[in-house]
Ligand binder design. Sequence first.
Ligand code: G6P
Length: 368
Amino acid sequence: DATDKGEFRHYMMKEIYEQPAVISACLEGRISHNKVLTSCFGANSDFLKEIDNVHIVACGTSYHAGMVAKYWIEDLANLPCTVEVASEYRYRKVAVPKNTLFLTLSQSGETADTLAALRKAKEQGYLTTLAICNVPSSTLVRESDLTLLTNAGAEIGVASTKAFTTQLTALLITAIAIADQKGQLSAEQQQNLVNSLRSLPAYIDEALKEDEYIKQVADRFANKHNALFLGRGPMFPIALEGSLKLKEISYIHAEAYPAGELKHGPLALVDEDMPIITMVPHNNMLDKLKSNLQEVAARGGELYVFADQDTELHNEPGVIFTKVPKVDEILEPIVHTIPLQLLSYHVAVVKGTDVDQPRNLAKSVTVE
Ligand code: G6P
């Protein structure tokens, strides 16, 4: 029952802990033992073969999910993908390349700007419109040509958690389906991706095991007034999402930067009062990111690194290390989201804010 907090003090925490189950629900019926099932897009999935471009439009946390999907779509399907906030899209003249999929992301399906963007898109000659949404009866679902439901169940906490990770799961399914239908994946590649997807709920479970540890990390964090989140590649949108979560519920001013931009401004802010939170990927960017971290350490900044153990990062003076499960690179953005949700939750609890109903914010922004 979504309205019952059960053993949890807040809906947000309950919803964080629901993620292994709802990600399973999101995968259910969408993958076979070796393939993504294109039938999840409806009876006629021919549109997948025709897509030459993808245009993603969304707001808030859903926009961050779209930013991650851009990396997946360009990487797996080799198709250009642009991502934009709906409040910008709706008021500008857009140039739409031939055979572009218009993809909206929304937990509620009622966000005013996203609905306005969809209505505008319908006049722009897109190939088709697809909504990835959590509410089957929503306006967005009714008005889109196609729908992929995220199946996260009702989300009550204003700060989105399980809606985000199920959106990412649905987006990865979509990226694999497009890549497959565009002839970009070998059978073996698709098999590996499907295996990764299937192991996702267990990895999320493992990430949740750091909860008690992250609670202690949060204690040292709660007296800060500012925070800087860094990430590279698909971990940059996760840095953005981590900073959004922190500012939404703990009211700590937080910003996110692609780590490579550090020297172009934010480094000027780094001193012993500025915690730096970094999502460390395990790929060929690891060394570059480590050198960014050294730049920060050299200026006395306190580093909070979230990384798997094989990165050989660890606790040391000035570095607070949090272990994240080692997973296939494609899953890293989803799995790394979990400790950031836990961090912002525990910081908010220490600060005594209204976690589920942060001041000035609404669950669904249905007016402009
Ligand atoms: C509000 C909520 C956010 C959400 C955003 C977009 O700002 O507080 O959590 O990400 O709206 O909502 P949607 O329902 O369209 O995903």
